[in-house]
Write a protein that binds this ligand. Structure first.
Ligand code: MN
Length: 232
């Protein structure tokens, strides 16, 4: 009965811990460098830079536990283990205090990256879309409600590949904390429920290959898993 020439896509959504109800995803924002040690490993100065953002399409959302094909047009496919914020209220030009109240839930996330394309884009002053916003590039664990688990301002964030730990940081070491990120982003966009924010990754990013299994953990939140399949 619809008036669309092709059927519209199913609304991307995420699992919510403790309920069958799903969290409909509207947009996916990502913070660039947000841990000092990762900023340094990428050749940047962590002390001076205000937060900056890029986005992924909501259709890039992929649930934890998935097997994703090794992406096309890269030879340097990287993981970035991150805390993800799930907003539950509209915010616009708010303070960190007001922003905190809009954070409805937290999830584990993997910001999968074609690092070689990102490096080439940086060098040429070109956009990051193909390096960051490609198909199945936004891996997401189930969302835990702040009402159930409380605020997450500290705790270990780790990522292991084939059982070997590669990333180990602490949420307390974020340059910009969750409330500050939401407040800052709210000066650039009208934010709404359904908006996800990947908050950046600690040091230790690296490449994965077909057959690798990634397991990430955030203390007080939970786990995320991803298997890299063969190239398409
Ligand atoms: Mn990232």
């Amino acid at each position: 009965m619809s008036n669309f020439v092709f059927p519209p896509v199913e609304i991307p959504s995420a699992a919510v811990r403790g309920t069958e109800a799903r969290y409909a995803v509207r947009r996916i924002f990502c913070v660039g460098r947000n841990y000092a040690d990762h900023a340094r490993e990428m050749g940047a100065d962590p002390t001076r830079e205000p937060p900056f953002y890029f986005t992924k399409p909501a259709t890039a959302l992929t649930p934890s536990g998935a097997t994703v094909p090794y992406p096309t047009e890269t030879r340097n496919y990287h993981y970035e283990m991150e805390l993800v914020l799930a907003l539950g209220a509209p915010v616009f030009k708010v303070t960190p205090e007001a922003a905190q109240a809009a954070i409805w839930g937290y999830a584990t996330g993997l910001d999968m990256t074609r690092r070689d394309l990102q490096a080439a884009a940086k060098a040429a002053g070109k956009p990051w879309d193909t390096a960051k916003g490609f198909d199945q590039s936004a891996i997401l664990g189930e969302i835990a409600r702040v009402a159930d688990i409380g605020r997450l301002d500290k705790g270990a964030i780790t990522l292991a590949v084939n059982g070997v730990e590669k990333q180990h940081g602490d949420l307390a070491d974020m340059i910009w904390n969750a409330a500050e990120i939401v407040a800052n982003l709210s000066h650039l966009y009208h934010l709404h429920p359904g908006d996800l924010i990947y908050t950046g990754t600690p040091a230790g990013v690296g490449a994965v290959l077909p057959g690798d299994e990634l397991v990430g953990r955030i203390e007080g939140l939970g786990e995320i898993r991803l298997i890299v399949g063969p190239a398409e």
